[in-house]
Design a protein around this ligand. Structure first.
Ligand code: ADP
Ligand code: ADP
Length: 228
């Protein structure tokens, strides 16, 4: 579903953020990218939806070179969740969730209907929360809206950058569990960035363990934990 072929990214032609990465992610697989800050995880992820262009190599999405796919079409195919969710403060939860369908030209009532379904799916009652504004939610609830928004256009691929990083440990564990059961239903192809090995192990079908700019190990949680 996602294939990296010898992908290198150099910023301003000096910092080599990622160096000659090659790997495959299967359809419906959840791969966690784990490693210390600055090792290239976010750079890896942002090249998939073309927020960053590789310096060398290419990335295939369903066999298609993403550098040849236009950004609107990528938005339809790839949902994106970041740590500081980035909800629009002056839009309600419902309208925030309907952002991508609206951008894609869905009729307003269709987009809202879809948004309400998604809020339900992430455990937020649309009747209770749909008309609130982001500041009227807890941190955990905002993250759920972020996930709902990313799923709204039903993209096959989900990119998640520290999606549970901004909440306290108890809420985080709760959100992780919710996300696992959600993933069991929707089976997206997921890349999830975290600096937390425990999270990487809990969530990942496979784990990409980063060293500086490189993936040092790419294996199942059991194999990663079993490594010396
Ligand atoms: P991580 O997500 O693992 O924390 P990043 O992919 O954000 O790592 O960063 C990898 C390296 O690239 C770091 O050394 C970082 O300082 C550098 N870097 C990231 N973004 C930029 C940028 N826009 N310009 C220059 N250097 C950058
Ligand atoms: P958590 O610890 O779960 O992240 P908070 O302590 O931030 O939650 O909020 C607890 C409850 O109060 C939540 O159900 C949230 O919806 C509600 N709440 C938080 N802030 C507001 C607000 N400004 N207006 C209305 N309800 C709020």
């Amino acid at each position: 579903m996602i294939r990296f072929e010898h992908v290198t990214k150099r910023y301003a032609d000096v910092t080599t953020a990622v160096d000659d990465l090659s790997f495959d992610v299967a359809e419906g697989e959840l791969v966690t990218l784990v490693g210390p800050s600055g090792c290239g995880k976010t750079t890896t992820m942002k090249m998939v939806n073309r927020l960053i262009e590789p310096t060398e190599g290419r990335i295939l999405l369903d066999g298609q070179d993403v550098s040849r796919v236009d950004p609107v079409s990528l938005r339809r195919r790839i949902g994106y969740v970041i740590q500081q969710v980035g909800l629009f403060p002056h839009r309600t939860v419902l309208d925030n969730t309907a952002t991508v369908p609206a951008l894609l030209g869905w009729k307003k009532h269709k987009a809202r209907e879809r948004a309400a379904e998604l809020l339900d799916l992430v455990g937020l009652d649309p009747g209770t929360f749909g008309h609130r504004y982001p500041e009227q939610l807890s941190g955990g609830q905002r993250q759920r809206v972020g996930v709902a928004r990313a799923l709204a256009a039903d993209p096959p691929v989900l990119l998640m950058d520290e999606p549970f990083g901004a909440v306290d440990p108890v809420v985080r564990e709760h959100l992780q569990n919710e996300f696992l059961s959600l993933q069991a239903t929707v089976r997206k192809t997921v890349l999830l960035v975290t600096h937390d090995l425990e999270e990487a192990v809990r969530l990942g079908d496979r784990i990409a363990v980063y060293g500086q700019g490189r993936i040092e190990q790419f294996d199942t949680p059991a194999a990663v934990l079993g490594a010396p």
